[in-house]
Write a protein that binds this ligand. Structure first.
Ligand SMILES: [Zn+2]
Ligand SMILES: [Zn+2]
Length: 172
């Protein structure tokens, strides 16, 4: 028997299980708080969504759940919070009401115990300070950007190699 790497296989199963969980959560929130009236969105997981917990696409009728966020804050209570929050956006839209974070959104959030805001993901710290060779303006960066950016103040709206930022300091 060929020994297949174990981890990718487990990851596949896990991701699928999480997606099923999101769908089940949607159904139960919908049933419990909205009489099952809301049309079920396409549920998706995103590995790239780094700064927020979830998102809805009201055109494509999708609910997208951040993997990094819930890896950090948990796939149980926090996932329920996220789902409730996103479902309110869908509900308002389906009712043809303004679907942003407005007063009505807040009322529903309070009623069903959904968070109005989600927890912010901590950002990676700044690691470098670059500067413009011309005006000496400083730019902080979280990752290496050497050679790829020119000073926004000195360049005329487009990349200008005369004003390519240079490293000033490496932060630890
Ligand atoms: Zn929202
Ligand atoms: Zn400059």
């Amino acid at each position: 028997m060929t020994h297949l790497g174990k981890e990718p296989h487990e990851e596949l199963i896990m991701t699928d299980a999480r997606l099923k969980k999101v769908e089940r959560l949607f159904d139960s929130v919908n049933r419990e708080h909205f009489h099952g009236e809301i049309k079920r969105p396409i549920c998706r997981l995103s590995n790239r969504m780094k700064s927020r917990a979830g998102q809805v696409n009201l055109i494509r009728w999708e609910m997208i759940i951040s993997v990094p966020y819930h890896d950090r804050y948990g796939w149980d209570g926090e996932l329920e919070n996220t789902t409730k929050h996103e479902v309110i956006h869908l509900f308002l839209r389906q009712k043809r009401k303004p679907s942003g974070h407005n007063k009505r959104f807040k009322e529903i959030a309070n009623r069903i115990g959904a968070p109005y805001y989600c927890k912010a993901m901590p950002k990676r710290p700044y690691r470098y300070i670059f500067e413009c060779p011309n005006c000496k303006r400083e730019y902080k960066a979280r990752k290496w950007i050497g050679g790829r950016y020119s000073c926004g103040k000195c360049s005329d709206g487009r990349f200008d190699r005369n004003y390519v930022l240079t490293l000033k300091e490496r932060l630890s």
